[in-house]
Ligand binder design. Sequence first.
Ligand SMILES: Cc1cc2nc3c(=O)[nH]c(=O)nc-3n(C[C@H](O)[C@H](O)[C@H](O)COP(=O)(O)OP(=O)(O)OC[C@H]3O[C@@H](n4cnc5c(N)ncnc54)[C@H](O)[C@@H]3O)c2cc1C
Length: 367
Amino acid sequence: MDRIAVVGAGVAGLAAARRLVLAGHRPVLIAPDIAVPNRGETLSPKAATLLEALQWPHLLDADSTLLGEGRFSVWGDATLRKAPDHVGLGYHLDRAQFERLMRTALFTGELERVRTGVTAIAHRPDGVELTLADRAVISAPAVIDCTGRAALSSGEAAQRRRLDRLIAAWRVLDLPDDAETVPATLVEAVELGWWYMSPLPGRRMMLGLFTDSDLVPTGVARDGVRWAGLAAGTIAIAPRLASLGLEASAAETPPAIAPAASITVGRLIEGRIVRAGDAAATLDPIGANGLATALWSGTQAAGAALGLAEGHADAGAAYERDYLQGVAHQLATQNAMYASEPRFAAAPFWRRRQIKSPETDHKERFT
Ligand SMILES: Cc1cc2nc3c(=O)[nH]c(=O)nc-3n(C[C@H](O)[C@H](O)[C@H](O)COP(=O)(O)OP(=O)(O)OC[C@H]3O[C@@H](n4cnc5c(N)ncnc54)[C@H](O)[C@@H]3O)c2cc1C
Protein backbone atom coordinates (compact mmCIF):
# COMPACT_ATOMS: atom_id res chain seq x y z
CA MET A 1 0.00 0.00 0.00
CA ASP A 2 1.22 3.55 -0.74
CA ARG A 3 1.91 5.71 2.26
CA ILE A 4 -1.01 7.20 4.20
CA ALA A 5 -0.36 10.91 4.79
CA VAL A 6 -0.78 12.54 8.18
CA VAL A 7 -0.98 16.34 7.91
CA GLY A 8 -0.07 18.26 11.09
CA ALA A 9 2.35 17.26 13.84
CA GLY A 10 0.54 18.26 17.01
CA VAL A 11 -0.67 15.69 19.56
CA ALA A 12 -3.34 14.31 17.18
CA GLY A 13 -0.98 13.98 14.20
CA LEU A 14 1.80 12.38 16.26
CA ALA A 15 -0.67 9.89 17.81
CA ALA A 16 -2.08 9.03 14.37
CA ALA A 17 1.40 8.50 12.91
CA ARG A 18 2.41 6.36 15.90
CA ARG A 19 -0.69 4.17 15.54
CA LEU A 20 0.06 3.65 11.84
CA VAL A 21 3.67 2.70 12.62
CA LEU A 22 2.51 0.24 15.30
CA ALA A 23 0.21 -1.31 12.68
CA GLY A 24 3.24 -1.92 10.47
CA HIS A 25 2.48 0.94 8.06
CA ARG A 26 5.06 3.55 7.01
CA PRO A 27 3.16 6.87 6.90
CA VAL A 28 4.34 10.24 5.63
CA LEU A 29 4.00 13.02 8.23
CA ILE A 30 3.70 16.49 6.72
CA ALA A 31 3.98 19.61 8.89
CA PRO A 32 6.18 22.70 9.09
CA ASP A 33 8.61 22.96 12.03
CA ILE A 34 6.71 25.38 14.23
CA ALA A 35 7.36 25.59 17.97
CA VAL A 36 4.29 24.85 20.12
CA PRO A 37 3.33 27.68 22.47
CA ASN A 38 3.90 26.31 25.96
CA ARG A 39 0.85 27.59 27.72
CA GLY A 40 0.52 25.04 30.48
CA GLU A 41 -2.34 22.66 29.95
CA THR A 42 -3.98 19.95 32.01
CA LEU A 43 -3.88 16.45 30.61
CA SER A 44 -6.90 14.35 31.57
CA PRO A 45 -6.19 11.17 33.58
CA LYS A 46 -7.71 9.29 30.59
CA ALA A 47 -4.52 10.07 28.66
CA ALA A 48 -2.50 7.49 30.62
CA THR A 49 -4.49 4.58 29.11
CA LEU A 50 -4.33 6.11 25.63
CA LEU A 51 -0.55 6.50 25.89
CA GLU A 52 -0.18 2.91 27.07
CA ALA A 53 -2.08 1.73 24.00
CA LEU A 54 0.42 3.69 21.90
CA GLN A 55 3.27 2.02 23.89
CA TRP A 56 4.27 5.47 25.12
CA PRO A 57 3.67 5.39 28.91
CA HIS A 58 7.16 6.83 29.53
CA LEU A 59 6.09 10.13 27.93
CA LEU A 60 4.53 11.23 31.20
CA ASP A 61 7.90 11.80 32.84
CA ALA A 62 9.00 14.34 35.44
CA ASP A 63 10.24 16.83 32.81
CA SER A 64 6.97 16.87 30.88
CA THR A 65 4.40 16.53 33.67
CA LEU A 66 3.48 17.24 37.26
CA LEU A 67 0.95 14.90 38.81
CA GLY A 68 -2.15 16.95 39.66
CA GLU A 69 -3.16 17.13 43.30
CA GLY A 70 -6.55 18.74 42.97
CA ARG A 71 -8.73 21.44 41.54
CA PHE A 72 -9.95 24.52 43.38
CA SER A 73 -12.68 26.81 42.14
CA VAL A 74 -14.77 29.85 42.89
CA TRP A 75 -17.77 29.05 40.74
CA GLY A 76 -21.49 29.37 41.47
CA ASP A 77 -21.00 31.54 44.56
CA ALA A 78 -18.21 33.50 46.22
CA THR A 79 -16.75 30.52 48.10
CA LEU A 80 -13.39 28.88 47.33
CA ARG A 81 -13.97 25.12 47.10
CA LYS A 82 -11.81 22.07 46.49
CA ALA A 83 -13.30 19.58 44.04
CA PRO A 84 -13.78 16.00 45.32
CA ASP A 85 -10.49 14.10 45.30
CA HIS A 86 -11.18 12.12 42.12
CA VAL A 87 -11.65 15.34 40.08
CA GLY A 88 -8.64 17.07 38.58
CA LEU A 89 -6.14 14.31 39.24
CA GLY A 90 -4.65 14.55 35.78
CA TYR A 91 -1.28 15.91 34.77
CA HIS A 92 -0.01 19.47 34.48
CA LEU A 93 1.74 19.39 31.18
CA ASP A 94 4.80 21.02 29.67
CA ARG A 95 3.24 20.71 26.24
CA ALA A 96 6.38 21.57 24.25
CA GLN A 97 8.42 18.96 26.14
CA PHE A 98 5.63 16.38 25.80
CA GLU A 99 5.48 16.87 22.01
CA ARG A 100 9.31 16.75 21.84
CA LEU A 101 9.22 13.36 23.57
CA MET A 102 6.50 12.16 21.18
CA ARG A 103 8.54 13.26 18.16
CA THR A 104 11.78 11.71 19.43
CA ALA A 105 10.02 8.40 20.06
CA LEU A 106 8.36 8.51 16.64
CA PHE A 107 11.11 9.66 14.29
CA THR A 108 13.02 6.43 14.19
CA GLY A 109 13.02 5.84 10.44
CA GLU A 110 9.62 4.15 10.38
CA LEU A 111 8.05 7.15 8.73
CA GLU A 112 8.85 9.80 6.17
CA ARG A 113 8.90 13.38 7.39
CA VAL A 114 8.10 16.34 5.12
CA ARG A 115 8.82 19.66 6.85
CA THR A 116 6.46 22.00 5.06
CA GLY A 117 2.83 23.03 5.07
CA VAL A 118 0.04 21.66 2.88
CA THR A 119 -1.84 24.32 0.92
CA ALA A 120 -4.55 22.22 -0.74
CA ILE A 121 -6.19 18.81 -0.45
CA ALA A 122 -8.15 17.32 -3.34
CA HIS A 123 -10.16 14.10 -3.66
CA ARG A 124 -9.08 11.65 -6.36
CA PRO A 125 -10.96 8.47 -7.37
CA ASP A 126 -8.55 6.16 -5.51
CA GLY A 127 -7.10 8.50 -2.93
CA VAL A 128 -6.16 12.07 -2.13
CA GLU A 129 -3.80 14.61 -3.66
CA LEU A 130 -1.91 17.07 -1.47
CA THR A 131 -0.28 20.26 -2.72
CA LEU A 132 2.59 21.42 -0.53
CA ALA A 133 3.76 24.98 0.16
CA ASP A 134 6.76 24.40 -2.15
CA ARG A 135 4.24 23.36 -4.89
CA ALA A 136 5.28 19.71 -4.78
CA VAL A 137 2.34 17.30 -5.08
CA ILE A 138 1.95 14.11 -3.03
CA SER A 139 -0.65 11.39 -3.64
CA ALA A 140 -1.84 9.19 -0.82
CA PRO A 141 -4.41 6.39 -0.56
CA ALA A 142 -5.87 8.18 2.49
CA VAL A 143 -5.12 11.33 4.50
CA ILE A 144 -5.52 12.11 8.19
CA ASP A 145 -6.06 15.84 8.62
CA CYS A 146 -4.62 16.89 12.01
CA THR A 147 -4.07 20.57 11.21
CA GLY A 148 -5.70 21.82 14.40
CA ARG A 149 -8.12 24.74 14.25
CA ALA A 150 -7.01 25.43 10.65
CA ALA A 151 -8.94 22.24 9.71
CA LEU A 152 -7.38 22.38 6.26
CA SER A 153 -9.60 19.76 4.59
CA SER A 154 -12.96 20.89 5.91
CA GLY A 155 -15.29 22.58 3.47
CA GLU A 156 -19.02 23.03 3.48
CA ALA A 157 -19.67 19.30 3.82
CA ALA A 158 -18.04 19.28 7.26
CA GLN A 159 -20.86 21.57 8.55
CA ARG A 160 -18.51 23.37 10.93
CA ARG A 161 -20.32 25.69 13.33
CA ARG A 162 -18.57 28.12 15.67
CA LEU A 163 -20.56 28.32 18.89
CA ASP A 164 -18.86 31.25 20.61
CA ARG A 165 -16.01 33.75 20.46
CA LEU A 166 -13.94 32.48 23.35
CA ILE A 167 -10.29 33.57 23.50
CA ALA A 168 -7.61 33.15 26.13
CA ALA A 169 -5.43 36.07 27.25
CA TRP A 170 -2.64 34.14 28.95
CA ARG A 171 0.95 34.15 30.20
CA VAL A 172 3.35 31.66 31.75
CA LEU A 173 5.07 33.13 34.82
CA ASP A 174 8.28 31.95 36.51
CA LEU A 175 7.78 31.22 40.20
CA PRO A 176 10.20 32.96 42.58
CA ASP A 177 12.68 30.56 44.24
CA ASP A 178 11.00 30.87 47.64
CA ALA A 179 7.40 30.39 46.39
CA GLU A 180 5.77 27.26 47.75
CA THR A 181 3.00 25.81 45.63
CA VAL A 182 1.00 22.63 45.25
CA PRO A 183 0.28 21.16 41.78
CA ALA A 184 -3.39 22.16 41.72
CA THR A 185 -5.49 24.23 39.34
CA LEU A 186 -7.59 27.19 40.35
CA VAL A 187 -10.59 28.35 38.28
CA GLU A 188 -12.57 31.45 39.15
CA ALA A 189 -15.70 32.76 37.42
CA VAL A 190 -15.83 36.53 36.92
CA GLU A 191 -18.20 38.84 35.06
CA LEU A 192 -16.01 38.80 31.93
CA GLY A 193 -15.61 35.00 31.87
CA TRP A 194 -13.19 32.98 33.97
CA TRP A 195 -9.61 32.97 35.21
CA TYR A 196 -7.46 29.87 35.21
CA MET A 197 -4.23 29.26 37.10
CA SER A 198 -2.29 26.06 36.61
CA PRO A 199 1.29 25.02 37.45
CA LEU A 200 3.75 23.63 34.90
CA PRO A 201 6.87 21.53 35.48
CA GLY A 202 9.99 23.67 35.98
CA ARG A 203 8.48 25.98 38.61
CA ARG A 204 6.20 27.91 36.29
CA MET A 205 2.56 28.98 36.51
CA MET A 206 0.06 29.59 33.69
CA LEU A 207 -2.36 32.42 34.28
CA GLY A 208 -5.15 32.99 31.76
CA LEU A 209 -8.34 34.98 31.39
CA PHE A 210 -10.94 33.29 29.17
CA THR A 211 -13.49 35.68 27.71
CA ASP A 212 -15.13 36.50 24.37
CA SER A 213 -13.04 38.37 21.82
CA ASP A 214 -15.52 41.26 21.64
CA LEU A 215 -15.60 41.64 25.43
CA VAL A 216 -11.86 42.13 25.99
CA PRO A 217 -11.58 45.60 27.61
CA THR A 218 -9.68 48.17 25.55
CA GLY A 219 -5.92 47.93 25.83
CA VAL A 220 -5.85 44.65 27.79
CA ALA A 221 -4.32 42.67 24.91
CA ARG A 222 -1.46 45.19 24.63
CA ASP A 223 -0.87 46.07 28.25
CA GLY A 224 0.22 43.67 30.99
CA VAL A 225 -0.70 46.15 33.73
CA ARG A 226 -4.31 46.31 32.52
CA TRP A 227 -4.52 42.55 32.08
CA ALA A 228 -3.10 41.79 35.54
CA GLY A 229 -5.27 44.61 36.91
CA LEU A 230 -8.37 42.64 35.89
CA ALA A 231 -7.26 39.87 38.23
CA ALA A 232 -6.97 42.28 41.15
CA GLY A 233 -10.66 42.17 42.00
CA THR A 234 -10.92 38.38 42.14
CA ILE A 235 -11.67 36.37 45.26
CA ALA A 236 -9.03 33.64 44.98
CA ILE A 237 -6.79 34.38 41.96
CA ALA A 238 -5.52 37.70 43.38
CA PRO A 239 -4.52 36.34 46.82
CA ARG A 240 -2.87 33.33 45.20
CA LEU A 241 -0.84 35.57 42.88
CA ALA A 242 0.17 37.66 45.90
CA SER A 243 1.10 34.65 48.04
CA LEU A 244 3.30 33.31 45.22
CA GLY A 245 4.98 36.70 44.70
CA LEU A 246 3.68 36.92 41.12
CA GLU A 247 1.77 40.21 41.21
CA ALA A 248 4.58 42.32 39.72
CA SER A 249 5.74 39.82 37.10
CA ALA A 250 2.15 39.24 35.93
CA ALA A 251 1.95 42.93 34.98
CA GLU A 252 5.34 43.07 33.23
CA THR A 253 4.35 42.16 29.67
CA PRO A 254 1.09 41.89 27.69
CA PRO A 255 -0.66 38.51 27.53
CA ALA A 256 -0.62 36.25 24.48
CA ILE A 257 -4.01 35.83 22.84
CA ALA A 258 -5.18 32.38 21.69
CA PRO A 259 -8.46 31.46 19.97
CA ALA A 260 -10.43 29.01 22.11
CA ALA A 261 -13.93 28.97 20.57
CA SER A 262 -15.97 25.76 20.45
CA ILE A 263 -16.54 24.46 16.93
CA THR A 264 -18.88 21.55 16.24
CA VAL A 265 -19.17 19.61 12.99
CA GLY A 266 -21.52 17.28 11.14
CA ARG A 267 -18.88 15.17 9.35
CA LEU A 268 -15.36 13.99 10.20
CA ILE A 269 -14.82 11.87 7.13
CA GLU A 270 -15.11 12.85 3.49
CA GLY A 271 -14.06 10.32 0.88
CA ARG A 272 -10.63 9.18 2.03
CA ILE A 273 -9.93 12.16 4.26
CA VAL A 274 -10.32 11.63 8.01
CA ARG A 275 -10.08 14.52 10.48
CA ALA A 276 -8.78 14.20 14.04
CA GLY A 277 -8.01 16.43 17.04
CA ASP A 278 -8.97 20.09 16.77
CA ALA A 279 -9.25 19.71 12.98
CA ALA A 280 -12.31 17.53 13.64
CA ALA A 281 -13.99 19.70 16.30
CA THR A 282 -12.89 21.86 19.22
CA LEU A 283 -14.48 22.35 22.60
CA ASP A 284 -14.16 24.88 25.40
CA PRO A 285 -10.91 24.46 27.40
CA ILE A 286 -13.09 24.56 30.56
CA GLY A 287 -13.49 20.79 29.95
CA ALA A 288 -9.66 20.27 29.77
CA ASN A 289 -10.27 17.46 27.32
CA GLY A 290 -8.72 18.67 24.05
CA LEU A 291 -5.39 16.87 24.42
CA ALA A 292 -6.90 13.52 25.47
CA THR A 293 -9.37 13.86 22.58
CA ALA A 294 -6.46 14.55 20.21
CA LEU A 295 -4.69 11.39 21.43
CA TRP A 296 -7.84 9.28 21.19
CA SER A 297 -9.05 10.61 17.86
CA GLY A 298 -5.58 10.49 16.25
CA THR A 299 -5.40 6.82 17.21
CA GLN A 300 -8.93 6.05 15.98
CA ALA A 301 -8.49 8.06 12.77
CA ALA A 302 -5.42 5.97 11.92
CA GLY A 303 -7.50 2.79 12.10
CA ALA A 304 -10.16 4.40 9.90
CA ALA A 305 -7.56 5.59 7.36
CA LEU A 306 -6.04 2.10 7.09
CA GLY A 307 -9.50 0.70 6.23
CA LEU A 308 -10.29 3.48 3.76
CA ALA A 309 -6.92 3.03 2.04
CA GLU A 310 -7.83 -0.61 1.47
CA GLY A 311 -11.06 0.49 -0.20
CA HIS A 312 -13.51 -0.14 2.67
CA ALA A 313 -15.74 2.91 2.25
CA ASP A 314 -17.44 2.57 5.66
CA ALA A 315 -14.18 2.00 7.58
CA GLY A 316 -14.55 5.24 9.54
CA ALA A 317 -18.24 5.00 10.42
CA ALA A 318 -17.73 3.83 14.03
CA TYR A 319 -15.04 6.46 14.66
CA GLU A 320 -17.25 9.23 13.28
CA ARG A 321 -20.24 8.10 15.36
CA ASP A 322 -18.20 7.80 18.59
CA TYR A 323 -16.53 11.17 18.06
CA LEU A 324 -19.80 13.01 17.41
CA GLN A 325 -21.44 11.35 20.43
CA GLY A 326 -18.45 12.40 22.55
CA VAL A 327 -18.77 16.00 21.35
CA ALA A 328 -22.49 16.05 22.21
CA HIS A 329 -21.74 14.68 25.67
CA GLN A 330 -18.95 17.19 26.32
CA LEU A 331 -21.10 20.07 25.07
CA ALA A 332 -23.84 19.09 27.52
CA THR A 333 -21.25 19.00 30.33
CA GLN A 334 -19.83 22.39 29.40
CA ASN A 335 -23.32 23.92 29.14
CA ALA A 336 -24.19 22.54 32.59
CA MET A 337 -20.97 23.99 33.98
CA TYR A 338 -21.84 27.49 32.70
CA ALA A 339 -25.43 27.10 33.89
CA SER A 340 -24.17 26.43 37.42
CA GLU A 341 -22.85 30.01 37.74
CA PRO A 342 -25.85 32.33 38.44
CA ARG A 343 -24.01 35.40 39.81
CA PHE A 344 -23.33 37.13 36.49
CA ALA A 345 -26.46 36.03 34.59
CA ALA A 346 -27.03 39.52 33.15
CA ALA A 347 -23.45 39.94 31.85
CA PRO A 348 -22.97 39.25 28.11
CA PHE A 349 -20.43 36.41 28.56
CA TRP A 350 -22.81 34.44 30.77
CA ARG A 351 -26.04 35.46 29.00
CA ARG A 352 -24.64 34.02 25.75
CA ARG A 353 -24.04 30.71 27.46
CA GLN A 354 -27.54 30.32 28.90
CA ILE A 355 -28.41 27.54 26.46
CA LYS A 356 -31.76 25.87 26.75
CA SER A 357 -30.89 23.01 24.39
CA PRO A 358 -27.91 22.05 22.22
CA GLU A 359 -30.08 22.80 19.15
CA THR A 360 -30.41 26.50 20.07
CA ASP A 361 -29.25 28.49 17.09
CA HIS A 362 -25.83 29.93 17.86
CA LYS A 363 -26.91 33.36 16.62
CA GLU A 364 -29.14 33.55 19.66
CA ARG A 365 -26.04 33.58 21.81
CA PHE A 366 -24.65 36.68 20.18
CA THR A 367 -27.61 39.00 20.04
C1 LIG B 1 -5.87 28.59 25.68
C2 LIG B 1 -6.10 27.11 25.56
C3 LIG B 1 -5.99 26.31 26.67
C4 LIG B 1 -6.19 24.92 26.54
N1 LIG B 1 -6.07 24.16 27.66
C5 LIG B 1 -6.25 22.83 27.55
C6 LIG B 1 -6.10 22.00 28.71
O1 LIG B 1 -5.83 22.46 29.82
N2 LIG B 1 -6.26 20.66 28.55
C7 LIG B 1 -6.56 20.09 27.32
O2 LIG B 1 -6.67 18.86 27.24
N3 LIG B 1 -6.71 20.86 26.23
C8 LIG B 1 -6.56 22.21 26.31
N4 LIG B 1 -6.70 22.99 25.19
C9 LIG B 1 -7.00 22.32 23.91
C10 LIG B 1 -5.75 21.66 23.28
O3 LIG B 1 -4.66 22.56 23.27
C11 LIG B 1 -6.07 21.23 21.86
O4 LIG B 1 -7.27 20.50 21.84
C12 LIG B 1 -4.96 20.34 21.28
O5 LIG B 1 -3.76 21.06 21.23
C13 LIG B 1 -5.32 19.88 19.87
O6 LIG B 1 -4.22 19.19 19.31
P1 LIG B 1 -4.14 18.95 17.73
O7 LIG B 1 -2.97 18.07 17.48
O8 LIG B 1 -5.46 18.57 17.21
O9 LIG B 1 -3.87 20.41 17.11
P2 LIG B 1 -2.60 21.37 17.21
O10 LIG B 1 -1.86 21.16 18.46
O11 LIG B 1 -3.13 22.74 16.92
O12 LIG B 1 -1.65 20.90 16.02
C14 LIG B 1 -1.91 21.25 14.68
C15 LIG B 1 -0.68 20.93 13.84
O13 LIG B 1 -1.02 21.14 12.47
C16 LIG B 1 0.01 21.87 11.83
N5 LIG B 1 -0.60 22.54 10.68
C17 LIG B 1 -1.54 23.52 10.66
N6 LIG B 1 -1.84 23.86 9.40
C18 LIG B 1 -1.10 23.06 8.60
C19 LIG B 1 -0.96 22.92 7.18
N7 LIG B 1 -1.67 23.67 6.33
N8 LIG B 1 -0.09 22.00 6.71
C20 LIG B 1 0.64 21.20 7.54
N9 LIG B 1 0.55 21.29 8.89
C21 LIG B 1 -0.30 22.21 9.41
C22 LIG B 1 0.50 22.81 12.93
O14 LIG B 1 1.79 23.31 12.62
C23 LIG B 1 0.53 21.83 14.13
O15 LIG B 1 1.67 21.02 14.09
C24 LIG B 1 -6.52 24.36 25.28
C25 LIG B 1 -6.65 25.19 24.17
C26 LIG B 1 -6.47 26.55 24.30
C27 LIG B 1 -6.63 27.42 23.08
